[in-house]
Design a binder for this molecule. Sequence first.
Ligand SMILES: Nc1ncnc2c1ncn2[C@@H]1O[C@H](COP(=O)(O)OP(=O)(O)OP(=O)(O)O)[C@@H](O)[C@H]1O
Ligand SMILES: [Mg+2]
Length: 152
Amino acid sequence: MKTYLNDAQATRDLGRQIAGLAYPGLVLALQGELGAGKTTLAQGVGDGLNVQDRVRSPTFIILSLYEKGRLPMVHADLYRLGDASELVELGLDEFLSMGVTLIEWSERFPEILPKDHLVVVLADQEQGRLADIRGTGTKAQDFVRSLQALRG
Ligand SMILES: Nc1ncnc2c1ncn2[C@@H]1O[C@H](COP(=O)(O)OP(=O)(O)OP(=O)(O)O)[C@@H](O)[C@H]1O
Ligand SMILES: [Mg+2]
């Protein structure tokens, strides 16, 4: 599905809607250029899950865990990651099945993504962004259909 996001608030609102439908094990690959709105979307998901802590850009810490919400949330940014084995050391694998995981710059290490995940591509369009969302497996594809129904 494609959906236009007029401003940063619209990006956060999409994140809240994603959070409302999210299930344990949902993994989102957040793609798009620097400044595309990936972290903004993750902040909306954090709001929607009610994680309580402010979701920040995890670029310098690679992986942040939020445990106080409806589901545990992991927010990762692989922009500066040297080696995928570091993620195993950080325990990402265990979180992938437990909570909601959002990964910025997963393109750098596509092998870490489970087969069935959601891809969200954010691109500049006019003054806002165009989000292109697709599922790579049956669960994620069902999720996209529900999201589409919700957004009308
Ligand atoms: N739909 C939108 N329309 C206009 N501006 C937006 C939209 N969504 C987010 N922004 C703005 O874009 C800027 C960059 O957002 P953000 O930090 O989320 O990008 P990012 O993709 O995470 O960047 P990076 O690759 O550096 O991590 C912010 O100022 C944010 O408010
Ligand atoms: Mg970011």
